[in-house]
Design a protein around this ligand. Structure first.
Ligand SMILES: [Zn+2]
Length: 453
């Protein structure tokens, strides 16, 4: 039913919308589409996924119990921890032969949670990202330098597909190679970038060291920044340094990342595409819905997915949802800036890192009596240091131990830390068993502080 709207996606460059009919559709019609898709998705999950069938049977709920959008509240939540029980095929809801691309999210105990995408999923991902790029003013003839990572995570590919769908030039620069990135921006007259904000700061600073002022020497006009918390002030500063307007974008690997939500040019919250996603905002403790505009935890349902079922997935992201009218005339609901997380997970260099996972990995080293995690921002990039304290009397090659810890954390947590091995008693306790602490010196988003687990 909705597919016919997508055929009109090749719009004139001067039109403000990529897909006007969908993007400005009245809420009632959007909600009718949402309900129809929700029913189909719950039915498909129940039939095709033993994981969901068991979950729903335990809760005493059947697909035919979904008769209104509010009925979604009858369905139990899913989160990263429960999703890992479904590994490897539990979330798959179509034949494996239909899958064209596989990506991965992480869970507290696994670094791999497969996300299966069919040809239809990939095409709709491109459409959603094309809408995002169009919404922030980019058009055919613009070029997008995409410095999100290309790999199993979904970061890079979404905007790559979206830029091509929107008739733009996609430059899949991926992460790193900062001098080359600067040269590309200046020499090719690149007009837009997509990257993590911390990398934006680093890139601008490195350019400055080379005598290059991106605001003066480049042609940038738009920056899409996401994957880590950023305050409006930091976005404004990025805009000044790079000579562009900075927009926030939001996505999760479990839902094929970028293209879930993004600012429009009015920057009054990030529009999320209601024909593909149903976003709820709940009290993180009770799980009950909170009123529109009130902060709570975002819970997402992927309405249009063909390969992977993601129904009532708890994001642990704190935000709020409003359907209120936006000056851009788009009718899709908006989420506010992500104000924090409910599960204590840390965002380090764009990766979600669970303190419990760090404890598990360090627990593999019996020589270590306790450790601190120190997070800092060095030249705009997140930096994690593990300060591990030797147990009393352990005669150990500290350098070798540090290398072992570094390697294990890189393997199991993805982020590569600095590791310092310190003698017993160094971390402030006499019994050699210091408590696990997280010391976060990074600026922004209220995450500065010390937390003891
Ligand atoms: Zn808007």
């Amino acid at each position: 039913m909705v597919r016919e709207f997508y055929r009109e996606s090749k719009l004139s460059k001067t039109r403000p919308y990529w897909n006007e009919e969908i993007e400005t559709m009245p809420r009632e019609r959007l909600e009718r589409i949402q309900l129809q898709k929700l029913k189909e998705q719950v039915q498909r999950a129940y039939e095709k996924s033993p994981f969901y069938r068991e979950l729903y049977q335990k809760a005493g709920v059947r697909p035919e119990d979904i008769r209104s959008l509010e009925d979604i509240r009858k369905l139990p939540f899913v989160d990263k921890a429960s999703a890992q029980d479904a590994y490897p095929f539990g979330m798959l809801v179509c034949k494996l032969a239909k899958i064209r691309e596989l990506h991965s999210a992480t869970t507290p105990s696994r670094q791999f949670l497969p996300v299966y995408a069919t040809e239809k999923d990939l095409s709709e991902w491109a459409e959603r990202c094309a809408r995002v790029l169009w919404m922030v003013g980019l058009r055919p003839g613009d070029s997008l330098q995409n410095a999100f990572r290309f790999g199993l995570s979904t970061g890079g590919f979404g905007f790559h597909y979206g830029a091509m769908e929107a008739g733009m030039v996609s430059i899949p620069a991926s992460t790193g190679g900062t001098d080359r990135q600067i040269d590309l921006i200046v020499d090719l007259g690149v007009t837009a970038v997509a990257m993590m904000p911390s990398y934006g700061f680093y890139l601008a600073m490195r350019a400055h060291e080379r005598g290059i002022d991106l605001a003066r020497d480049g042609d940038l006009k738009v920056g899409l920044f996401g994957a880590e918390p950023t305050s409006p002030q930091m976005k404004d500063r990025l805009g000044e340094l790079m000579g562009l307007t900075a927009y926030g974008e939001y996505g999760m690997n479990e839902f094929l990342g970028p293209g879930m939500a993004c600012h429009c040019t009015h920057k009054k919250g990030m529009h999320t595409w209601a024909d593909h996603f149903l976003v709820e905002c709940v009290d993180p403790d009770s799980g009950e819905a909170v009123p529109e505009g009130i902060p709570g935890e975002l819970v997402w349902t992927w309405l249009s997915a063909e390969g992977t079922a993601m129904i009532r997935f708890r994001s642990h992201d704190i935000s709020s949802v409003t359907w209120g009218k936006c000056p851009c005339e788009r009718t899709h609901p908006r989420i506010s800036r992500i104000a924090g997380r409910t599960d204590g997970a840390l965002s380090i260099g764009g990766y979600i890192v669970y303190p419990s996972k760090l404890q598990d990995v360090i627990g593999l080293f019996p020589e270590v009596g306790g450790f601190h995690v120190i997070l800092d921002s060095v030249k705009g990039l997140d930096c994690m240091t593990i300060r591990a304290q030797l147990r009393g009397g352990a005669g150990m090659d500290a350098e070798r131990l540090a290398l072992g810890i570094r390697s294990a954390i890189r393997s199991y947590v993805v982020v590569t830390p600095r590791v310092e091995v310190v003698p017993p008693g160094t971390l402030g306790t006499e019994d050699g068993e210091p408590r696990f602490r997280i010391i976060d010196y990074r600026r922004g988003s209220g995450r500065y502080g010390v937390r003891t687990e």
